[in-house]
Design a protein around this ligand. Structure first.
Ligand SMILES: [Zn+2]
Length: 144
């Protein structure tokens, strides 16, 4: 099993660091974020150390998503938030802080016009259809 000795999530997987576990499956682990954005903020990780979406095997990404689906449903039933964000960051520019792939499950308890100090916003670019088509054309060549 791939492990990074300095990685806090690998330490949690190994039982060498404390965590509030939600569930453990064959290849994934879900536990409470130590620095939650809201009550019930859960992280889902692959047990093996993969840095980001670029290195995580697609099959394992599927397992992470299955665990995410089950835990998000449980959070929704147990805590009854008004909404849930799934957030996943890759690279420092995307604000990835722990370099072990993780999916955030972030319950939201306020109506969208009320402020809860959680910001997952962007201002949409104004672009022409031709620009969308140009980006897509470049990406399509690399989908495999
Ligand atoms: Zn790790």
């Amino acid at each position: 099993m791939t492990r990074d000795e300095d990685c806090i999530f690998c330490k949690i997987v190994a039982g060498d660091a404390p965590a509030s576990l939600v569930c453990e499956e064959e290849h994934t682990l879900a536990f409470a974020d130590r620095y939650p954005a809201s009550p019930g903020h859960i992280l889902v990780i692959p047990k093996e150390h993969y840095r980001d979406i670029h290195t995580l095997p697609a099959e394992l990404a599927g397992e992470v998503m299955q665990t995410t689906s089950r835990v998000a449903r449980a959070v929704n039933e147990a805590l009854e938030p008004k909404g849930i964000n799934l957030v996943q960051s890759n690279g420092v520019a995307a604000r990835q802080s722990v370099m072990h792939f993780h999916m955030h499950i972030i319950p939201r308890y306020h109506h969208w016009k009320e402020d809860d100090d959680i910001s997952i916003l962007w201002r949409a670019l104004e672009v022409q259809r031709t620009e969308l088509d140009e980006w897509v054309t470049r990406v399509i060549r690399h989908v495999r």
